[in-house]
Design a binder for this molecule. Structure first.
Ligand code: ADP
Ligand code: ZN
Length: 753
């Protein structure tokens, strides 16, 4: 509240500007303004939405007045603002842009509607315009503790009582769908004090229709209990405590998370669970919803802006005590956080690649520290930097070295592809597929490229078909009869003639999932074959549909990209084939060995999760590479020992900190000149500030052109992040590229392509 002293506020605007601004609050709005709310302000010749940060002192006499207040309740708390500020300063981004990214996009749609529909901007109840629809409410019935003597019930009433006993609560509509008109029985049960009814606002919840049967916690095994004990103690103590939970797939990490969350809820605190987008499947959601009766909010990119906003508001109002979400859920407005779980902490998808380039895995540690919460980083293949931090004692190391129920790890072998040019499957893999099929086992075939042929070349003149906008070759998609660029929307109809010589003989080299699918069908005409990649899973639920078929056993062989590698648990899969492990290995990035190890380990983890042990066959042209050999041996520690030496010698993280300065634009010449200028400024500042930061480049980025924009990169290596931060902050103040060149500074880059 305004103390009466000041009628000036400090605001941030969502524009690439480093500073905040001050506005005068007119008398009529004084009561409505509060830090955390959005306001509408004049800005230059336009009007903008801005975020109120705090009340402020008079700074200048000619301050402009704000026009309106857009929210009835603050959107963020002072604690959340402190977190945003930290992120803005660490990632060198304007505070207003950070706040904008942290808040759900749906908010702005609401505001627009409000302004349009109410015309004068007067306070129409926000809720009534939500998503353009009126808010619906419905009656929810909830089970009450059963008395020792159950009153006599008959027929449908018994069934409904039993149903609510299993599900905890259900809407009247759902009950009536299951049991026909049940009004009388519900009234009776309520009258007997067995259930209660309440009117509740209906949120657009994609899982609302599903019924979750309550399950009971499993008894933890010895290693799980040890891990649980350490983390539970820390959660009880309410001090920031970071953990690495290292356990192979199937070792029971998720079960440990569930136990810790139960413990955390028991203390009256909330839990935040981050998972990679791709792992956010109905399977995982079902597991949480079956275990917990409290409100669970789910945030993922499949939600519409309206659904996302609904979930966000539920969290803000304290109606959810567990939030599960991908990357951006790190900004969920959840209070009283006791534990933050980051599952599959090694996943590159925790990094936002454009605009505000934060890493949710790293921010989890920051948020945990600010909020005195425990943070659990879980993985079968932790990042090299995470494992190093654990060995240095900066994270507590907890290990689940075995699969639960003593299931053996699959038998993984590398098969040498050298001397077999042009063959998709080596004989060993063909035999294994045939054998598995005849025994009724399911097989997964993994390949990291979609489409049919990934390299098109004219047989007459050797011309290679490239994208005119990006520095990549085109990929032929047989089903859609076109050549596509996978980076922009460029495509050519197929078949086409060579633009160089007019020849019509186009060679289709390289292979993608489409071609592998076709070859598998030709090899095994009797098998039920399916493919899972972004071409077959578009649309809502496409992904889940294919996995459901696999689960039901109506697929014998599934070919897919990394989508099939992650997070799913299918007991029927007894054979996994990796068509080529070399693509990731040969990328010009210091993380290529780590990525390959992670990917192969993960694909390997898909086999043998049921009762029969699985087999994994990995085809490679580099069969002796330590990343592959160690992955096949399920030897994380062996891999770590070799990789950490490479990092030490080459001066890469964890022994250095990295940042990149990326410049892009449509004119190659202007981008080059700007990049040179930026590097000059950096080198001068390094001298002035007496820093020892290594400045490499500028050089063309490995992907030198994307969507018509030329890209150059400067790489910075330093021993501390503070040093990088000082250097880049000053650089941001002293160097501005021309308006046609975009500059993005990326702290701790994950993808350097
Ligand atoms: P992870 O997350 O490490 O892959 P999960 O927690 O999903 O492992 O466990 C793998 C499987 O083992 C699941 O089906 C789970 O229900 C089961 N499981 C986990 N812990 C136990 C336990 N203590 N006793 C029996 N089964 C367990
Ligand atoms: Zn392109």
């Amino acid at each position: 509240m305004n103390t009466g002293r000041s009628c000036i506020v400090e605001v941030a605007v969502p524009l690439p500007l480093d500073t905040t601004f001050h506005y005068r609050v007119p008398q009529t709005l004084l009561a409505a303004v509060e830090p955390g709310k959005r306001v509408f302000v004049p800005f230059g010749r336009r009007k903008l939405t801005a975020y109120v940060l705090s009340w402020a002192e008079e700074t200048a006499s000619d301050l402009k007045e704000m026009i309106d207040v857009l929210d009835r309740e603050p959107l963020f708390t002072p604690e959340e603002l402190a977190f945003y500020r930290w992120a803005a300063s660490y990632y060198l981004k304007p505070l207003g842009e950070v706040i904008k990214a942290a808040l759900p996009a749906g908010i702005n749609i609401e505001t627009r509607k409000r302004f349009v529909e109410s015309g004068d901007g007067s306070k129409v109840a926000e809720e009534q315009l939500r998503g353009g629809k009126r808010v619906r409410s419905e009656t929810i019935y909830r089970i009450l503790p059963t008395p020792p003597e159950l009153p006599p019930l008959k027929g449908k009433a018994v069934q409904i009582h039993e149903f609510l006993h299993n599900t905890g609560e259900a809407s009247k509509a759902l009950i009536c769908r299951n049991f026909g008109d049940s009004s009388q029985q519900l009234k009776k049960l309520a009258g007997l004090g067995l259930i209660t009814a309440e009117r509740r606002e209906v949120y657009r919840d994609p899982f609302r229709e599903e019924v979750f049967h309550q399950d009971t916690p499993l008894t933890l095994n010895e290693n799980q209990s040890l891990a649980f004990g350490r983390i539970a103690d820390a959660v009880s103590a309410g001090k920031f405590s970071p953990f690495l939970l290292h356990g192979v797939t199937g070792s029971g990490k998720t079960e440990v998370y569930l136990h810790i969350i139960a413990h955390c809820l028991g203390l009256g605190k909330n839990a935040l669970v981050l998972v990679p987008e791709i792992a956010l499947t109905p399977q995982l959601v079902r597991r949480f919803k079956s275990r917990f009766r409290c409100g669970i909010a789910i945030l993922h990119s499949g939600l519409s802006a309206g659904e996302r906003y609904d979930e966000w508001r539920r969290i803000r109002r304290g109606e959810a005590c567990i939030v599960i979400g991908a990357r951006s859920a790190i900004f969920a407005p959840l209070g009283k956080i006791g534990v933050i779980v980051v599952d599959e902490e090694h996943e590159a998808s925790y990094k936002q690649s454009e605009g505000f380039t934060y890493n949710a895995r790293d921010l989890a540690l920051v948020r945990g520290k600010m909020g005195n919460a425990s943070v659990v980083l879980g993985s079968a293949t932790p990042l090299i930097t995470t494992y190093y931090a654990a060995m240095e004692g900066r994270l507590e190391y907890l290990e689940l070295p075995e699969r639960v129920r003593n299931l053996p790890l699959p038998d993984a072998r590398i098969i040498d592809g050298r001397g077999h040019k042009g063959e998709t499957f080596l004989p060993e893999l063909v035999d294994a597929l045939a054998d598995n099929l005849s025994h009724g086992g399911q097989s997964l075939l993994f390949l990291n490229r979609r489409g049919f042929a990934t390299f098109l070349v004219c047989q007459d003149c050797g011309h290679v078909f490239r994208c005119p906008n990006c520095s990549v070759t085109l990929t032929y998609h047989r089903i859609r009869q076109r050549h596509f660029c996978h980076f922009c929307d460029f495509s050519l109809p197929a078949p086409s003639v060579c633009p160089g010589c007019g020849g019509a003989e186009i060679g289709l080299l390289g292979r993608g999932t489409e071609r592998v699918e076709e070859e598998v069908k030709a090899l095994f005409p009797g098998a039920r074959v399916a493919r899972m990649d972004s071409d077959t899973t578009s649309g809502k639920g496409g992904h889940a549909r294919i996995l459901k078929k696999l689960e039901q056993g109506s697929i014998d062989m599934l070919i897919g990209t990394q989508m099939i590698a992650k997070g799913h648990d299918y007991p029927g899969v007894t054979l996994v084939g990796v068509i080529s492990a070399d693509t990731a290995l040969n990328l010009p990035d210091f993380k290529s060995a780590e990525r390959t190890f992670q990917l192969v380990s993960q694909v390997t983890g898909r086999a043998g999760r049921g009762d029969s042990p699985g087999t994994v066959l990995i085809q490679s042209l580099s069969p002796d590479h330590y990343a592959l050999v160690r992955a096949a041996d399920h030897d994380y520690k062996g891999f770590y020992a070799e990789e950490i030496e490479f990092r030490r010698e080459a001066g890469y993280p964890p022994f250095t900190c990295l940042a990149t300065v990326n410049l892009s634009g449509v004119s190659a010449d202007t981008v080059e000149k700007s990049a040179e200028e930026a590097a000059r400024v950096l080198r001068r500042l390094r001298q002035e500030l007496k820093l020892r930061t290594e400045i490499l480049g500028p050089a063309p980025a490995p992907m030198a052109k994307i969507r018509g924009r030329y890209r150059r990169q400067i790489l910075l290596k330093a021993t501390t992040r503070r040093e990088l931060n000082r250097l880049l902050t000053r650089c941001g103040m002293e160097f501005r590229p021309p308006p046609v060149v975009r500059m993005n500074m990326d702290m701790d880059p994950v993808d350097m392509m």
